[in-house]
Design a protein around this ligand. Structure first.
Ligand SMILES: Nc1ncnc2c1ncn2[C@@H]1O[C@H](COP(=O)(O)OP(=O)(O)OP(=O)(O)O)[C@@H](O)[C@H]1O
Ligand code: SF4
Ligand SMILES: [Mg+2]
Length: 325
């Protein structure tokens, strides 16, 4: 997957929200890449833009391309996109209720996903075999009574159960590329670890690539070797987990990593980042982080920093990055 220069606005009654600005990101086969950033920074919009799932009336793709195995998904036909969705690229939505139809059981949603896979990839499983596959997956997802869950309607399931069915429906199509948008946020810590392990198993068994999205740096760091940090619709830093956690270069990453509580450090040393994400109707003209950055200068306020490689190979978008070596 290769996303290049993706720039996207959303039309609202108040004006155009400049949600994504020059996003470039490559994900290789069987790689797990984590995207982290605070609420409202554009993670879900980026995820949905990949499969063209943003509401058609309001999404304005200004620039860029999303190439999946060389094919630009922004320029392809609706028919081809329908084929790709679920079977080549799967998506775990952040909000389960945007996915579920309340009139259909959890099992119906999974059977539909398997049916779509069979149709696109050419299979001939019987209904009983499909059901067995769905129930087996629900059990692997930690649901203790998978048959009952299979026959339940979404409103009869708890938030955590719905979340697991959602993950099941996304992976049962055996996609080569999985976008998981906050897949474990609704779950308690034990189930969260179970789900993350399951996702790791899938990567190993099926060579699946995963883009894992979370506002929680701890979750991202436990799963991903490569991390992308987003801020206000831009990528501010990207590199290996080791690079970003041990020596963050961008002032926003510095704040983000210092906000993660660590064993052995008293809680008062956890600093975090003051202020709020800017209003993206009128983002700051230079660096979008300047209003909150302790190092900001007049150059930062007037000129947008490019995402450039530093001496250790990671990239950061900052006029004054921290030394990395
Ligand atoms: N349908 C929409 N119409 C108008 N603005 C939207 C829409 N969806 C998202 N936005 C705006 O786009 C920006 C990015 O939102 P997005 O949902 O991608 O953030 P996020 O990083 O996923 O946050 P969270 O961590 O809370 O999930 C926000 O400013 C949001 O208000
Ligand atoms: S470019 Fe300037 S304002 Fe932006 S993060 Fe770097 S130092 Fe801070
Ligand atoms: Mg989101």
């Amino acid at each position: 997957m290769s996303i290049s220069d993706l720039t996207l606005d959303l039309a609202t009654y108040d004006g155009e929200v400049k949600v994504l600005d020059d996003i470039s990101l490559d994900v290789g086969r069987s790689e797990t890449v984590g995207i982290v950033g605070e609420t409202g920074c554009g993670k879900s919009v980026l995820a949905k833009s990949i499969l063209n799932l943003l509401p058609h009336g309001i999404a304005r793709y200004r620039r860029g391309a999303i190439r999946w195995k060389g094919e630009n998904l922004l320029a392809t036909t609706r028919r081809r996109l329908r084929q790709v969705r679920g079977t080549e690229i799967g998506m775990v939505f952040q909000d389960p209720m945007t996915f579920f139809d309340p009139l259909y059981t959890a099992g119906s949603h999974m059977m539909e996903a398997i049916g779509h896979r069979e149709q696109v990839k050419g299979g001939s499983m019987s209904r009983a075999q499909r059901k067995a596959e769905a129930v087996d997956l629900l059990s692997r997802l930690g649901l203790s009574d998978p048959e009952r869950v299979f026959d339940s309607y979404p409103h009869q399931l708890s938030g955590g159960m719905r979340q697991r069915v959602l993950i099941g429906a996304a992976i049962v199509g055996k996609p080569e590329f999985l976008i998981a948008d906050e897949p474990t946020t609704a779950l308690d810590v034990t189930v969260q670890a179970q789900i993350l392990h399951l996702l790791q198993d899938i990567v190993k068994d099926r060579d699946t690539s995963i883009v894992l999205i979370s506002h929680d740096l701890g979750v991202i760091a436990s799963m991903c070797e490569r991390i992308v940090v987003m801020y206000a619709g831009t990528i501010v830093e990207t590199g290996t987990k080791r690079q970003l956690l041990s020596r963050p270069a961008h002032p926003y990453t510095v704040g983000l990593t210092s906000a993660v509580p660590r064993l052995g450090y008293p809680q008062k040393q956890v600093k975090g980042i003051g202020g709020h994400i800017p209003n993206l109707l009128n983002p700051p003209p230079g660096c979008r982080f300047a209003p909150r950055c302790p190092k900001a200068t007049s150059l930062c306020r007037s000129e947008k920093p490019a995402l450039e490689a530093l001496s250790d190979g990671r990239r950061a978008a900052c006029h004054y990055p921290e030394p990395v070596a």
